[in-house]
Design a protein around this ligand. Sequence first.
Ligand code: SAH
Length: 340
Amino acid sequence: MRNIYGIKRSDLEEYFLSKGEKKYKALQVFEWLYEKKVRKFNEMTNIKKELQDVLANDFSNYFITIEKKQEDKLTKKYLFKLQDNNYIEAVLMEHDYGLSICVSSEVGCNMGCAFCESGRLKKVRNLESYEMVEQILLVEEDIKKRISSVVIMGIGEPLDNYDNVMDFIKTINDAKGLAIGARHITLSTCGLIPKIQKLAEENIQINLAISLHAPNTQLRDKLMPINKAYKLKDLIKTIKEYSAKTNRRVTIEYVMLNGVNDNETQALELVSLLKGLNVYVNLIPYNETSHIEFKKSTPERIKKFYDILIQKGLTATTRKEFGSKIDAACGQLRSKEVKS
Ligand code: SAH
């Protein structure tokens, strides 16, 4: 049975039409679900009883559950249990501009990046779109506040679960869904070129972030196996085409690994690689994990690297560190829960 939180409004309209009902019923159901936060069909009082029963028969509305919560001052980390006893996680972050949430898109991940905790545990399955929507709903319910931006940067490779992620984005972006503006939604990918090209055709104004992490193909091959399937030079070309087509600036994520990708020569290499692209670089302090030998770059090395990018005319920022004390880094909570 399909879960009601995984149905985008246009599909629910189709559903009602197929039942001989008016399509505005979809709007009414969305108002109950997302505005009034009413889950049960028999509490949707402007829907007639018989139709409530039909809905209850056709759609489930159960929730994933919060298994564990860890918090520090600006960060709350949630471990969720899914219906099939798999675990995923999301992280809530408090910024000056509001609350943002980092959601997972898959149970585990097959991309196998050398430095990443999520990739240590292989992909078990895709997340359904309702399981992504519910991460946000449950956290909003827990904190009794509205979340204003969403980053799809938790466990998983979102473009490896394309259709469900797109349905999820459409529902949270819907003015009658969670009404999160497209420009407040960021999708991060390790570089699945055909899917980036597909995304460019969607005509949505979300932010695209590319996990680059290396300024040349030799190093990227070592850090990110995906680079063997989709070559760096093709990825750069795809980014160029994407920003030309969508008129959007693309974010380049670059995780700072001490002594691995953070020296001055590599900064200059990155500058020439990105020359002429409509991008900005986000330098990410590495979140160390107990299982992986990589270390975070020292603040001095990050500063030097950043200064070179700026001097050479790139736009760059250094990401604020969140949650490193509470295992909020990318898959750490889940991997403690799942014995491997
Ligand atoms: N698969 C997608 C999204 C999930 S990973 C992607 O690759 O972009 C989100 C980001 O966190 C990626 O840039 C990833 O490389 C980075 N990351 C993974 N492990 C990290 C760690 N321990 N510290 C900091 N960033 C990390």
